[in-house]
Design a protein around this ligand. Sequence first.
Ligand code: FAD
Length: 434
Amino acid sequence: MAEKSFKYVIVGGGVAAGYAAREFVKLGLQPGELAIISKEGVAPYERPALSKAYLFPESPARLPGFHVCVGSGGERLLLEWYEEKGIELILTTEIVKADLAAKTLTTASGELFNYQILIIATGSTVIRLSDFGVQGADAKNIFYLREIDDADKLIEVIKEKKNGKAVIVGGGYIGLELGAALRINNLDVTMVYPEPWCMPRLFTSGIASFYEGYYANKGIKIIKGTVAVGFNSDSTGAVKEVELKDGRVLDADIVVVGVGGRPLTTLFKGQVEEEKGGIKTDAFFKTSVPDVYAVGDVATFPLKLYNELRRVEHVDHARKSAEQAVKAIKAHEEGNAIDEYDYLPYFYSRSFDLSWQFYGDNVGDTVLFGDNNPESPKPKFGTYWIKDGKVIGAFLEGGAPEENKAIAKVARVQPSVENLDHLANEGLSFASKI
Ligand code: FAD
């Protein structure tokens, strides 16, 4: 069996892997020290593009345009960059076994890798309706979106089913972004989700009513309070109908399912401590196993600001956790110490002409401000979350860069607030003063 040894191995070649590679180079990396092993066939890229500009009918984003680290305004790392730096980028290669005690990884084709230090960056996988035994859920033209191959298959069928009908199952990030993308591609779109409003884990009803109204104005039909319980196919095995729990049946040429993700930790089960569904780490992304780090979607880490352990499935954290882990590895080698990870949660999304950002925590009372009328020519509104008399979270739709910076600062500084009515009247100017 072929065997290779590296000082550092990153398993997974997504966002976190790419940012980790850049950080290694920044801090000093010798040729041949680092290998990145990835199931995907392309160098690390900014995954959020897949549900946005990648699906545009005109001038879509394509690789190599959105390789990391362009999403945060950094250098674009092409294949040549990895070569030049002596980083072994091993693509289209799945690790099927990890032995953390022996410090080895085995690929699907039986190749063995030894490492001194391992960074786990396997990200998440989608939850499939077939996992719950939904009847007919493995029909053709039912799509999930996680990797670039998924997006390419979807694009092919979008072209094939011109002016056809699309049903989106799920009202979270993926549902909302894909609903918009398919509508822009001129499909007749219906969204279905069980909750009373979209993005219920983050949005208040006031925030959601804006997006639902805006989507309805774009011609998207929204069916709430029910779920897909079955799919019927035609004689070729392609989906043609979606059966809903409330008895309705929807025609469908394309179905996109976005019902959540699951961190890819299976390889390491029983070998490393887990917490809240992820691999437990400290503030330097060190796991319970010596010389093993976990970053990005798979890590459950101490969120210092709220003094609790959390797992965060967002790109900003994937980038920053990767950088923190590499800094910690290098500092340890040099006998230095670095500061603990002190993350301010940051989420964003874009669809149609809309763009929102959220910083902080979304618990406590809420105050809505601004113009959230979906018919407005230039809607701009936000929400503050207030807990124990302090503003701890802030959301803004349509903000300019300096306004987004202002709400980020509010979430970090957590200013006291006495009167919620005043806060509602002050709106964005409250944040701009902090
Ligand atoms: P990933 O980027 O998922 O990378 C994991 C990599 O590991 C993949 O390449 C995978 O193939 C590989 N891998 C897994 N298992 C193995 C194995 N056994 N062997 C080899 N390789 C393996 N976040 C936001 O904040 N804003 C957004 O707008 C946004 N949009 C998104 C849109 C889409 C379509 C998706 C899927 C996610 C989006 N996210 C967004 C979430 C964000 O992309 C993730 O949080 C981020 O990519 C996590 O980075 P990661 O490196 O941990 O995992």
